[in-house]
Design a binder for this molecule. Sequence first.
Ligand code: PMP
Length: 358
Amino acid sequence: MRVWNFAAGPAMIPLPVLERAQAELVDWRGGMSVMEVSHRGKDFVACAAQAEASLRQLLGIPDNYRVLFLQGGASGQFDAIPLNLTGPGDTVDFFNTGQWSSKAVAASKRQGPEVNVIVDEAASKYTTVPEPGSFQTTPGARYLHYTPNETIGGVEFGYVPQVDPPLVADFSSTILSRPLDVSRFGVIYGGAQKNMGPAGLVVVIVRDDLLGQARPDTPEIWNWTVQAKNDSMLNTPPTFGIYMLGLVLDWVKEQGGLPAMAARNQAKAEALYAAIDQSGFYTNPVAPNARSWMNVPFILPDPALDATFLAGAEQAGLTNLQGHRSVGGMRASIYNAMPLDGVRALIEYMTDFAADHG
Ligand code: PMP
């Protein structure tokens, strides 16, 4: 039996996608699964090209951007970004809005450039995003890195920063959740395991003019230029992940594309935040203008109730609601694949639980 899975990632995959993969698993294109065919054979090359074409169509990716299908997760890109974009003496800017931005900051420091954290939301305990226009980038900075959605804190930017240096953005937990103007960015990257399919694939979308600048000692598999020249097939790519991405993108198209995703996601998030705010029992600490549509943390009035809440939720078919191990409390991740019905079931359970324990 399928449950409502509120995991932060790997996360729910749409059931029709899983069913199609199941139907095609043993015999995809002639007696073999997609996992058993050569990545250089015509069937898989066409499959990867189709996944890229669907991504380009859905996100409106302009022709002067390359799409790379890589491995090593978003964490690998934390190091690949400075390797590909900085040289001796370069400065890079960062917004620190929580745990994932902090990890990206640490990786850039490790790789050598001068790192300026020009915005740090520590004072609010990372429950806010900076006001548009309230920050200044460093003259000559090679890029400004930020995290449009902090998966652990449940903090999301409702706007794209307007700055001079190229924007490099970790879209792991919010890509495909709403329309995006890709032309505002230098680099967009994200692990697939939330809105794009299974773990093992990371998608990097990079503007042409940012290629060709990698440091000579950059490992080839991290070198975007080398990967672009090789159509992401320098070595064996994560073939099953790319195939699944294609199926997920077909599903997103069938739902009406990103405008339809946005409408669904907004409705889900608003219903859940309203239930939290009106409960007099649960609280969400995030500033209203920075509340994530994808990850909704909430706490109970007494942590002693957490275990009872989670056990009852499991019984009601609502799973993976425990907050990140570093923060505790609860977190409901409600990515594209979570339907409004799943959120309604959660709200119903939360309402009953509050009535019983309030
Ligand atoms: N960035 C964000 C915003 C994330 O949510 C995650 C994973 N939860 C990562 C980076 C790290 O991704 P990966 O595990 O694919 O390296």
